[in-house]
Design a protein around this ligand. Structure first.
Ligand SMILES: Cc1cc2nc3c(=O)[nH]c(=O)nc-3n(C[C@H](O)[C@H](O)[C@H](O)COP(=O)(O)O)c2cc1C
Length: 175
């Protein structure tokens, strides 16, 4: 069995929820990424102030599961800082995102596959990427409504049906 650690960044809680679930299911520790500068995270879009030192020694793990959101089609600054700072300590990386873009739109503007390409360009070791679009927990008629997408949060109450099935397969695939 691989020795894993979950590292996450989350603003409104959905990626924290996902990180907590993964850490519980893989029975491994988890640690949050904290940006160095305490300003509203959306102001971090393009600007990279860096992150605080982690407590965990990533070299002592076989695999790092990195969990965080996608904003404006970007690999968000705290995640990018994390990867730049620690990539030489990471033996294998799994990037997981709870994002707004659907599987159908994953290669369109702001789609998560474009962010996966950015992760691939930054990290040269073994890498797997997995998206859990938040739209899966929304009624079909709301899935194109940007405001509704941004307001929706993952919770025990809505983590059922399609997202739960995909999540189960994902955990099996990395276990
Ligand atoms: C300002 C803003 C911009 C966003 N831009 C994108 C985007 O470009 N692509 C995408 O897939 N999701 C986008 N989203 C959706 C977020 O990725 C999604 O809401 C995510 O679950 C938030 O994670 P968190 O609750 O862990 O902070 C955006 C959300 C916000 C608030």
């Amino acid at each position: 069995m691989k020795k894993d650690i979950v590292i996450f960044y989350s603003n409104t809680g959905s990626n924290e929820y996902l990180a907590g679930k993964i850490s519980k299911n893989l029975n491994c520790p988890m640690e949050a990424i904290h940006p160095k500068v305490d300003i509203h995270p959306f102001l971090l879009f393009g600007i990279n102030f860096g992150i605080r030192q982690l407590n965990s020694d990533l070299k002592s793990f076989d695999r790092v599961i990195l969990v965080g959101p996608v904003w404006m089609g970007k690999f968000v600054a705290p995640l990018k800082s994390f990867l730049k700072k620690y990539k030489s300590d990471i033996n294998e990386l799994v990037f997981v995102t709870c994002c707004g873009s659907t599987y159908e739109n994953s290669r369109k503007k702001f789609g998560h596959e474009l962010v996966f390409d950015k992760v691939k360009a930054l990290y040269e070791g073994p890498l797997t990427c997995q998206a859990f679009p938040i739209t899966m927990v929304m009624p079909e008629e709301k899935r194109e409504d940007g405001e509704a997408v941004m307001k929706t949060r993952l919770s025990d109450a809505n983590f059922t049906g399609e997202i739960a099935q995909r999540y189960k397969k994902f955990i099996e695939s990395i276990s």
